[in-house]
Ligand binder design. Structure first.
Ligand code: Q46
Ligand code: ZN
Length: 307
């Protein structure tokens, strides 16, 4: 196959775009997709300050590098989760990457804040990933809000978005369906959230990271369960293989035609939010669920220490 742009030998075939690219031209395709996402969805401008959530994986590091190359004012935020034998490796990859590319970085330590994820696993009677995800979203938003950033960018790609949309649709989960999309505008103590990689598949992001020589953290989290999410991705992988372009059509169709209906439903039932009495984060009750989880873990830990 020849490169669709320069006609040299292609190294990446993209059936959904009826195209293929050589190692020099593929990053240009990637850049165009990110530019289109930012422009069409009005994600942010060159005058705004963007906080980029960096896990150390291929998507977040590729996003950070690409936004910097496009001249945006970006700062990375890494949350050190405090998972033994794992978190330090992800943190090191992020720190080395930011050093090597002269990128601004903030690191937030869950252990220093008083609730490492290993304690969540031990003392909370709920799936660890549900609580870990909630804690990460809480701190990403809080740090972006307190730091006066205009937007929080995450590395979610098309496969992540389609798998989540599919899961939300299977449950007809109205609150999540009304919120899902590449841009969530700022409201009630929440900063604007954006996903500039939503037009690109996992395969495309992985190729970009590889061709740019980004060293990623690829070890699986020792607490990972995510079986249904992985199953949904596999299912969609098969559909896409049989009918290239299906993933984007499904997601884009939802944005164009489905989302507004779910938003209208939520307006009728949505709760009013106010700042948490303790940490100031938006909540529908007096103290937010994060403050309550933290207190409950501390109580259980103290009781366990007393024997
Ligand atoms: S870090 Fe946290 Fe993930 Fe580990 S405990 Fe689960 S949610 S799997 S992306
Ligand atoms: Zn709180």
């Amino acid at each position: 196959m020849k490169c669709s742009r320069c006609k040299k030998l292609a190294c990446v075939a993209l059936p959904s775009h009826h195209a293929g690219f050589c190692p020099e031209c593929f990053p240009l395709f990637f850049t165009r997709q990110v530019e289109t996402a930012i422009r069409r969805e009005k994600m942010f401008t060159h005058d705004e300050r963007i906080l980029v959530a960096l896990s150390g994986g291929k998507d977040s590091l590729a996003l950070m590098l690409e936004l910097k190359l496009q001249g945006y004012d970006v700062t990375g935020l890494h949350i050190d989760l405090g998972i033994p034998d794992s978190s330090w490796k992800a943190r090191k990859k992020v720190e080395d990457f930011c050093d090597a590319n002269d990128l601004k970085l903030e690191v937030f330590e869950m252990e220093a804040w008083g609730l490492p994820i290993c304690d969540v696993k031990q003392y909370v009677d709920r799936p660890v990933c549900a609580v870990c995800g909630k804690l990460k979203r809480h701190h990403f938003n809080r740090i972006a809000r307190e730091g006066g950033y205009d937007a929080l960018a995450t590395g979610h790609n098309l496969d992540d978005e389609v798998a989540r949309l599919f899961a939300n649709t299977l449950r007809w989960d109205t609150p999540y369906l009304s919120d899902q999309g590449p841009v969530l505008p700022a409201s009630d103590g929440f900063v604007r959230k954006v996903k500039p990689l939503f037009r690109l598949s996992e395969f495309e992001t992985a190729n970009y990271a590889f061709l740019k020589g980004i060293e990623i953290h690829s070890d699986p989290c020792p607490y990972a369960s995510g079986a249904s999410f992985t199953n949904h991705k596999q299912l969609w992988g098969e559909l896409e293989h049989r009918s290239p372009g299906q993933k984007f059509q499904f997601y884009n169709g939802f944005l164009q035609r489905g989302k507004l209906a779910f938003q209208a439903l939520e307006k009728e039932t949505g709760a009013t939010l106010q700042p948490c009495e303790e940490c100031g984060s938006p909540t529908s009750v007096g103290r937010c669920s994060i403050c309550r989880i933290k207190e409950s873990v501390h109580r259980k830990k103290a009781a366990a220490a007393e024997g």
